[in-house]
Write a protein that binds this ligand. Structure first.
Ligand SMILES: C[S@@+](CC[C@H](N)C(=O)[O-])C[C@H]1O[C@@H](n2cnc3c(N)ncnc32)[C@H](O)[C@@H]1O
Length: 410
């Protein structure tokens, strides 16, 4: 007991090292702060955060800081992330010993979040990798690649043949944690071994890209993920709940109807940024034989994805309608006195500002929540202090286009 307490109070733990530097700008009537996060992607991607590349995720420090500020009233209370993405909130909650749930509309996000947040026996993973590589080496003359225009466009014949082989192997594995882990590693290398740019959000052919060997990329991914998990296992309670479900956040799972959700952390896609389904088209292609199993045959769930791009009148209206519906739903399940933290940014359309933050505050206050605190982010994710300055739109409170963390109370 004393040992656990000492661990909890230890300021040197990695998840406390990269919290935002906070300046208070106003204390009343609502508190306004500036959050500066002057760290690099690799600094912020400690432990399992780097296991699954996710476009548009927030820095671990954002979820971390909210969790530091708002503590659960009891161990039964949990945090819910209703746009869970790659599970950043679940990881940060688990590191702090807080129970958590997530929901996302994409089965790949849900799978990746669960694999990242759960305990995994890394010795078993290594054994399975050895079996796979041995099988691959012994059978490589017999593999063939799928012949279709999509695959031919995005992958070399060798890469598609090798991906097909790994996919076949995973399909024959028994369901369970090790197979989920292998599948996330497999999905995690797709972009890297494709002909598409690694860095661009939506896939585009990169004519200069050097071909990567699939089996060595996969083995490296498994080794990196195993090392991250071994460390994460040591720092977290194996039995603490951190579960993500496939669901549309305008209709939350029944399990959350217990009035124990003391905090919602919510990070919708930013208006006019991108939609997720096309960005992950390569991953969804290779994941498709597994889809029915992981979605329990709930087909066409992507139709419910909240569209954020392009910000024409129709999409903009639907975007705000979605926010209204999903926060009515969190309001329904949350107990009185609980907190809703929304991470959201303004955008421009044809050079004109759409004040997403102000409109969100209006929507959420109409539902019955009360705004308590606004935190503006001054630095972009990942490139170190001010490295992004020449490109970023969000800088401090003087700029009209803002990126904010809005804290409401029910
Ligand atoms: C900006 S991302 C969240 C990223 C997350 N904070 C992280 O760090 O990985 C938004 C997420 O909302 C999900 N989403 C979109 N529409 C949704 C809906 N109707 N219900 C639940 N999730 C949805 C997308 O699939 C995407 O993963």
């Amino acid at each position: 007991m004393r040992q656990n307490l000492a661990l909890f109070e230890n300021e040197d733990v990695i998840y406390k090292k990269y919290l935002p530097q906070i300046t208070t700008l106003q204390n009343k009537p609502i508190k306004i702060n500036e959050w500066d996060i002057p760290y690099t992607i690799s600094e912020l991607s400690y432990l399992v955060h780097s296991d699954y590349r996710y476009y548009g995720k927030f820095p671990s420090a954002v979820a971390g800081q909210i969790l530091e500020q708002i503590l659960p009233p009891s161990p039964d209370h949990y945090v819910l992330d209703n746009f869970c993405g790659s599970g950043t909130t679940l990881i940060e909650a688990k590191l702090r010993g807080i129970k958590s749930y997530g929901v996302d509309i994409s089965w790949l996000s849900v799978l990746a979040s669960n694999v990242k947040a759960r305990y995994i026996d890394t010795a078993d993973v290594k054994k399975e990798l050895f079996k796979l590589v041995t099988w691959f080496e012994n059978n490589k003359e017999n593999f063939s690649s799928p012949e279709d225009a999509f695959v031919n466009k995005w992958f070399s014949p060798q890469a598609s043949r090798d991906l097909c082989a790994i996919q076949d192997y995973i399909l024959t594995m028994n369901s369970g944690a090790i197979r989920d882990f292998m599948l996330v590693a497999f999905i995690g290398i797709i972009r890297r071994v494709s002909k598409a740019h690694d860095a661009e959000v939506r896939p585009h052919i990169n004519k200069n890209k050097k071909e990567r060997d699939v089996i060595s990329a996969f083995s490296k991914k498994i080794s990196d993920m195993s090392a991250d998990h071994a460390e994460f296992n040591l720092q977290t309670d194996k039995n603490l709940i951190a579960d993500c479900f496939i669901a549309d956040n305008t209709n939350l799972p029944k399990l959350l109807d217990d009035k124990k959700c003391y905090l919602v952390i919510s990070h919708p896609p930013y208006l006019n940024s991108f939609n997720y389904a096309p960005v992950y088209s390569l991953e969804f292609y290779w994941g498709s034989p597994f889809e029915a199993e992981y979605t329990e045959e709930k087909k066409n769930f992507y139709k419910e994805e909240m569209k954020a791009h392009p910000a024409n009148e129709k999409i903009t209206e639907e975007y705000f309608n979605h926010l209204d519906k999903c926060y009515r739903e969190t309001y329904r399940i949350q107990p009185n006195g609980s907190t809703l933290a929304i991470v959201i940014g303004d955008c421009t359309r044809n050079g004109k500002l759409i004040p997403v933050i102000d409109q969100t505050i209006e929507i959420v206050e109409n539902i019955g929540y009360r705004l308590e605190e606004v935190n503006y982010r001054t630095t972009h994710y990942g490139l170190g202090k001010y490295a992004y300055k020449h490109r970023a739109d969000y800088h401090g409170t003087d700029n009209e286009k803002k990126d904010g963390i809005l804290i409401f109370k029910k």
